[in-house]
Design a binder for this molecule. Structure first.
Ligand code: HEC
Ligand code: HEC
Ligand code: HEC
Length: 163
């Protein structure tokens, strides 16, 4: 058996320790760089594909814009529960109202469904990978497609009555 001299042993240990001291921050740096790259890419992507939302009718939404952006799903589902379970019919967060103000018209002046690609509700939901079943029953346009609404749907509020 060959016995390693104290000098060699010290040299090897030193090399080992040095490697570790150097390698650890290096790996950490690499990980951080990779994360930054990924994050940066994500942000750049988001900028490119973030939907350019058409503005709703009127001066404001049924609640402050920032709150609508974050909480409209809760408002809508709550409104539905109120109406369907308790028969309460305030029209503030009526789905009919959303469509009334947020449906766009095409070049011929005809309404486009809010759940069509690129339209108000859909563009954002596509972006966020949200799928809705609401429009299997509820109308996607203000006046046309009434036949798609359930018989018991409330009368369509005007933009004024929901404000
Ligand atoms: C199977 C058909 C169906 C589906 C799917 C459906 N609804 Fe409804 N919805 C109804 C019916 C019927 C009413 C009752 C209308 C009434 O009694 O006035 C209603 C009422 C509502 C109301 C209260 C009326 C109003 O417009 O203020 C809201 C809000 C509502 N639904 C939201 C939604 C949302 C949001 C979704 C999707 C997550 C959805 N609904 C999916 C059939 C449906
Ligand atoms: C009276 C017309 C009107 C009604 C009804 C209405 N909105 Fe709005 N909505 C607007 C307007 C106008 C804006 C833009 C406000 C702004 O730029 O500050 C807006 C903004 C929004 C935004 C934010 C968009 C963005 O740029 O990020 C969301 C989300 C939204 N509405 C969802 C809804 C939903 C869901 C409903 C139904 C519960 C609804 N709105 C009903 C007029 C309306
Ligand atoms: C600014 C972007 C944006 C706009 C505009 C928008 N939504 Fe949403 N919506 C979202 C996001 C994001 C979610 C998912 C939130 C979550 O998963 O917690 C969502 C979820 C929902 C849900 C709940 C779905 C479920 O099954 O839980 C409903 C209902 C809904 N949106 C209705 C609408 C309607 C109707 C419109 C058009 C009037 C609309 N949204 C416009 C971003 C948007």
């Amino acid at each position: 058996m060959k016995i390693v001299s104290g000098k060699t042993l010290r040299a090897v240990t030193l090399l080992n320790v040095t490697l570790r001291i150097v390698a650890l921050p290096l790996v950490a740096l690499l990980v951080v760089a990779l994360l930054l790259l990924l994050l940066g890419g994500g942000v750049a992507n988001a900028d490119v594909s973030l939907p350019n939302l058409p503005r709703g009718k009127g001066t404001s939404c049924v609640a402050p814009t920032e709150m609508m952006r974050k909480n409209h799903m809760d408002y809508l589902l709550h409104q539905r529960d109120l109406t369907v379970r308790n028969g309460v019919r305030t029209e503030r967060y009526s789905l009919v109202g959303c469509v009334q103000c947020h449906a766009q018209k095409n070049d011929h002046g005809n309404f486009i469904a809010v759940d069509a690609p690129g339209q108000f509700c859909q563009s954002c939901h596509d972006f966020a990978s949200v799928k809705l079943d609401c429009f299997e029953c509820h109308a996607t346009k203000p006046d046309a497609n009434i036949e798609r609404m359930p018989a018991r749907m409330p009368a369509q509020p005007t933009a004024e009555s929901v404000q």
